[in-house]
Design a protein around this ligand. Structure first.
Ligand code: C2O
Length: 345
């Protein structure tokens, strides 16, 4: 059976927090759940590459996140609550409905990884757009698969910006080149070599190591088990590697906060641009080999569902089967070169 959406009334303190961390992350309660139908949109949102964002659009993005940070923390659209979404779904704040003894819900390490984060970003983006009154606002993607995007985008590290987060790696501030396979290497190679290594990581995760859906999406995950058994190729690397690379060094924050740990990852605005690129990989993967690569068609995948608050603070139920095509959700990605696509080395 498919994994069912959680029951918010039974949300509890997360069971899967790192030792010494004490935090709550349940969303505000609402008794009314609406079955979500993605609205038809007059204009597609085009998610741009973060590193080539115009000054005007950087300001817009910053403004939107600033307004989100200014919402009262019990508003489900506030930055605090948006960050909590990740903790709740990933650190065991929810039990799966209908199981005794209890079975927690964990969306990572399985085929729920891509669809869960897609819906999560979808509402995050719509909330930001609504806050600045721009229905075409599109979440920039951190283009770490392209040499020009293999650094933290500069404006995220501007201390006066709403996009700044203090809990990040000191050593990996720009112009450090991201290591898509972090922390495998003991020594950091020269930049050019790191770029080449990154391109082969991308080739492995997207092309050679992801020829069948389960390798790309991750293992199956059905109701009644506490998590999947293996992460998909992209979830493993570069996705998780970039989380750890971006989060604080452990001598400063013991659990690699913010980006380096599930419970705190959503507290860094960079998370959403990181995941925008992860989400882009889903679209790109399907286009490799002229569209021969297909989404999983197992009904337990398609009928799995989650709950989110939308931009009008309504609690909505969304299905995996409704998010397979980003266009039907009203957005696409700016096209940029894919230098890894034929990079076999
Ligand atoms: Cu929910 Cu990047 O992890």
């Amino acid at each position: 059976n498919p994994v069912l959406p959680p029951d918010l009334s039974t949300c509890h303190k997360p069971t899967g927090l790192p030792t010494g961390v004490d935090t709550k992350c349940c969303p505000p309660y609402s008794g009314t759940i609406i079955d979500y139908v993605p609205p038809r949109v007059p204009t597609l949102r085009v998610r741009p590459a973060a590193h080539s964002l115009s000054k005007k659009n950087i300001e817009k993005y910053n403004k939107a996140v600033q307004l989100m940070r200014e919402l009262p923390s019990d508003d489900p659209r506030s930055f605090t609550q948006q960050a909590n979404v990740h903790c709740a779904y990933c650190n065991g704040a929810y039990d799966q409905v209908g199981f005794d003894p209890k079975v927690i819900l964990q969306v990572h390490n399985s085929w729920l990884f891509f669809p869960f984060h897609r819906w999560y970003l979808y509402f995050y983006e719509r909330i930001l757009g609504k806050l600045i009154g721009d229905p075409t606002f599109a979440l920039p993607f951190w283009n770490w698969d392209h040499p020009d995007g293999m650094r933290m985008p500069n404006y995220f590290t501007d201390k006066s910006s709403a996009l700044y987060d203090e809990k990040r790696s000191n050593a990996h501030q720009p112009p450090a080149v991201v290591d898509l396979n972090f922390p495998q290497d003991k020594v950091t190679p020269p930049d050019e070599q790191q770029v080449q290594e990154n391109l082969s990581v991308m080739y492995n995760s997207m092309v050679s190591g992801a020829k069948i859906p389960l390798l790309f999406f991750g293992s199956e995950y059905r109701a009644g088990t506490s998590s999947g058994t293996s992460a998909g190729s992209v979830e493993r690397v570069p996705h998780t590697a970039i989380h750890v690379w971006s989060g604080s060094e452990k001598d400063r924050e013991p659990n690699g906060e913010d980006l380096g740990n599930f419970y705190s990852a959503g507290r860094d605005p960079l998370f959403y641009s990181h995941h925008s690129n992860v989400d882009r990989m889903w679209n790109l993967w399907k286009a490799i080999e002229g569209g021969k690569r297909k989404d999983i068609s197992d009904p337990d995948f398609l009928n799995a569902a989650f709950l989110f608050y939308d931009e009008n603070a309504r609690l909505v139920r969304v299905k995996v089967g409704d998010c397979l095509d980003s266009k039907s959700l009203g957005y696409v990605y700016e096209r940029v070169d894919l230098p890894w696509l034929h990079n076999k080395s």
